[in-house]
Design a protein around this ligand. Sequence first.
Ligand code: SAH
Ligand code: SF4
Length: 392
Amino acid sequence: MTPETPITQDVLTIPRKDTGGGKKNLVGLTRDQLRDELIAAGTPEKQAKMRTGQIWQWIYQWGVRDFDSMTNLAKAYRAQLGEHFVIEIPEVVTKQVSEDGTRKYLVRINGGHEVEVVYIPEEGRGTLCISSQVGCTLTCSFCHTGTQKLVRNLTAAEIVGQVMVARDDLDEWPVPGAPKDETRLLSNIVLMGMGEPLYNFENVRDAMKIVMDPEGIQLSRRRITLSTSGIVPEIARTADEIGCLLAVSFHATTDEVRNKLVPINKKYNIETLLAALRAYPRVANSERITFEYVMLHGVNDSDEDAHRLVELIKGIPAKINLIPFNEWPGSPYTRSSNNRIRAFANIIYQAGYASPIRKTRGEDIMAACGQLKSATERARKSKRQIEQEAGL
Ligand code: SAH
Ligand code: SF4
């Protein structure tokens, strides 16, 4: 891809649209949008704010999917809602459970497309890795998702719907009246699945606002991490409009290598990216930026790279998350050895940065970072095509 190519050119953005026999889906609407829809469907304006609050709570606090269960609304009003609206989330096509407990869901969205969602259980908590697009336009040469040709932006409903799918499967919707359980199976969200979240900014933002809402799923903004390949103009907006934590797919210490690994670097190079990160409004020690760094044998894993990395990020409150490369069918790289990864980590650690090595989870079900790709996606690029585009 050349730097001039408008990256979003073949991304289909689906307008918020009618589903199920002309009925609108209420999932994914902001509070204001929900209110407007209720008024348009005949709710008296005077009542609209209260009704919005009630319906919101049923959907996002209690996980209810039919209007008849909304017992604090009059029967006739429930019937009226049912005539105009549905409460719809993506359908789970398959669910796979790894030996280590990681769960991978393949979910179907409108248009028959499919995306993957991964739940990673940990001691006393659990992280859900969600997708923001079907496929990705960015063709990073080490990433399976980048080889998928078809790309479409997910709607806010489809993004928040992934969280609701997981809560259904984990049976984690509270029961009205039951004592509040503070331990959460799904306690954290990472936008590290398929797609570049900052190329679908508005929908990602609206979905995360719903997830953070205090009268719903109630996840703190500090439990949400958005990972970007470095879409510089959108980085400051992430802090201002979402407020979540930021992770950046850094992966190389020279423009020459980063151009090959993360081609968007040709448009926003390392220097430009670092300037945006230094200016990230929320950066403080408590909310450090995560630098993701995939360990590729003989490509970006030398001692010199580690020293350069430390020099580059000087002054930015950061932690460096080292990701052992996860292979996928036809991938053009191999993983650095454990000793190499440890040596690299040590140099970074000695320089004063946390340098955790990401544990590979769910590899047996192809659920690890960068392995996601719709199983039904047939139009796969050939190995040769991937290598050519990466300039290998
Ligand atoms: N598009 C966003 C978020 C999704 S990718 C981004 O690129 O940041 C989440 C992380 O997995 C990124 O850091 C990505 O570079 C990394 N990744 C992609 N393919 C990988 C692979 N095969 N092995 C290990 N990590 C990979
Ligand atoms: Fe897209 Fe991220 Fe994969 Fe790059 S690493 S192709 S930006 S999903």
